[in-house]
Design a protein around this ligand. Structure first.
Ligand code: G3P
Ligand code: MG
Length: 346
C-alpha cells in the first residue's frame, strides 16, 4: 500500500506549504498530493477556492494577482507555493499527484510539465487527478502521456467512462464510499484505487486488508508505521492519570507497559483478541469525547472485561459506518472508545 502525503503532511504543518511537503518527504512517503489553481500562466498550490481559511488574505483565489497571492502568509510565514517550487523541492525523489482543483488548470499544468519538468523527474512520476472529470478529459486531449485518476466523493462509478473516455489509470474514492466490492471491481478492470483521506490507524489497517493500492493521509508517519507492523503492539494513553489508567488496563486485560514518553507506552503481553490499534485522535465530537480509540475483534468480550475491572460503560455497543463501537470511562476518569469489526462486510 503506497502512502501519499495529503497536501504535504498537513497533520504536521500548514497544508500545501513547502514545509508540509518537506515533512512528508522526511517521513518517507511514496507520493505527495497537492491542489493547484492556475493564475496568470502560473500554478499556485492551495486547496480552497478562497483565501480565508489557509492564508491571511480574503476573497477568491482567482480574483487576485499572482503578486498579491505570493505576498500572503500561508502559515508559519510561508508563501503560497508555486507548482515549480514543489517540483524543485521534491526533485523526483517521490511521485507527485497534482490535483487539478481550479478551473482551466489542465492546459497550463501540462504546458509546464511538457516544457519545464526538470531532470531527474520522469513523466511516470506525475499523476493528474480531479473531481472535475472534464478537466481530466482536457488533460488527455492535450497530452495523454501523464497518468490520470478520477476523484469521487459519492455516487456510482462509471467504469466505462473512466476506462474508455478518460483512459485513467485509477479511481480515487473517498474513505466514506470505498468498499471491498469497489476495490475488486476496479482491480478487475486494471484500475488502481487510492483512497482519501485516511488518518486513523484502524482505517489504514482496514484499507490494507481491503487491498487498496494506496492512501492519502495527513499523517504519513502513522501510515508508514501501520505498513511496517502486521499488528500494532503498542497503545497510546492520555498523560492524565497515567499510572491509574495503566493499572486499569493491566487489571482488565493483563497488559504490561513499558514507557517511552509521557503519553506513549509500549504495549506488551496478551491483550485483546486479534488486532489492536491506537490513535491519538479524539473520537469524533458528535459521537463522544473519548481520548483514545482502540480496536477489538471481540467487542462483547472486551466490554465484559472492562466492566469486571471497574470501567463504566457510557455508551453501549452501537453501529456506525465502518464498524461497531462502545465507549467507557476507566475509574480514574479517562474516556475510551473501543472499535469492532462491522457485523457484515460487502
Ligand atoms: O486527492 C485526494 C484529496 O486531496 C481529494 O480531496 O478536498 O482534500 O482535495 P481534497
Ligand atoms: Mg486534494
Amino acid at each position: 500500500m503506497i502512502i501519499i502525503g495529503h497536501r504535504g503532511a498537513m497533520g504536521h504543518a500548514p497544508e500545501n506549504t513547502l514545509e508540509a511537503i518537506q515533512i512528508a518527504l522526511d517521513m518517507g512517503v511514496d507520493w505527495i498530493e497537492i491542489d493547484v489553481y492556475a493564475v496568470e500562466n502560473d500554478m499556485v498550490v492551495i486547496h480552497d477556492d478562497d483565501l480565508d481559511r489557509t492564508t491571511n488574505g480574503t476573497g477568491a483565489v482567482m480574483d487576485h494577482t499572482l503578486a498579491h497571492l505570493r505576498s500572503l502568509d500561508a502559515g508559519n510565514g510561508q508563501q503560497i507555493p508555486l507548482l515549480s517550487e514543489v517540483v524543485n523541492l521534491i526533485d523526483g525523489r517521490v511521485g507527485l499527484n497534482i490535483e487539478l482543483k481550479g478551473p482551466g488548470t489542465a492546459a497550463p499544468v501540462i504546458h509546464y510539465l511538457d516544457n519545464h519538468l526538470p531532470a531527474p523527474w520522469r513523466a511516470e512520476q506525475i499523476l493528474l487527478s480531479s473531481f472535475d472529470h472534464a478537466e481530466l478529459m482536457e488533460a488527455k486531449k492535450i497530452n495523454p502521456k501523464y497518468k490520470r485518476a478520477a476523484l469521487f466523493w459519492t455516487g456510482e462509478i462509471d467504469y466505462d467512462f473512466v476506462l474508455n473516455d478518460l483512459e485513467a489509470v485509477g479511481i480515487n474514492p473517498s474513505l466514506r464510499m470505498v468498499t471491498k466490492k469497489m476495490v475488486d471491481t476496479a482491480h478487475s478492470h486494471g484500475l488502481s484505487v487510492l483512497v482519501y483521506t485516511v488518518n486513523e490507524k484502524l482505517d489504514m489497517e482496514r484499507m490494507r486488508h481491503m487491498g487498496v493500492d494506496g492512501i492519502f493521509t495527513n499523517y504519513p508517519d502513522r501510515a508508514l508505521d501501520t505498513n511496517r507492523h502486521e499488528k500494532i503492539n503498542y497503545v497510546e494513553l492520555p498523560a492524565v492519570n497515567l499510572p491509574a489508567t495503566k493499572a486499569f488496563f493491566t487489571a482488565a486485560f493483563g497488559w504490561s507497559f513499558r514507557d517511552f514518553g509521557p503519553a506513549y507506552c509500549d504495549f506488551s503481553g496478551e491483550g485483546l483478541d486479534g488486532g489492536f490499534f491506537q490513535s491519538d485522535q479524539k473520537a469524533r465530537a458528535d459521537e463522544g469525547s473519548a481520548l483514545v480509540v482502540f480496536y477489538s475483534d471481540d467487542l462483547e468480550g472486551t466490554q465484559a472485561k472492562v466492566v469486571a475491572a471497574g470501567g463504566k460503560i457510557f455508551r453501549e455497543i452501537f453501529d456506525f459506518p465502518g464498524g461497531r463501537r462502545f465507549h467507557f470511562t476507566e475509574p480514574s476518569g479517562n474516556e475510551f472508545a473501543v472499535w469492532g469489526q462491522p457485523l457484515s462486510s460487502d
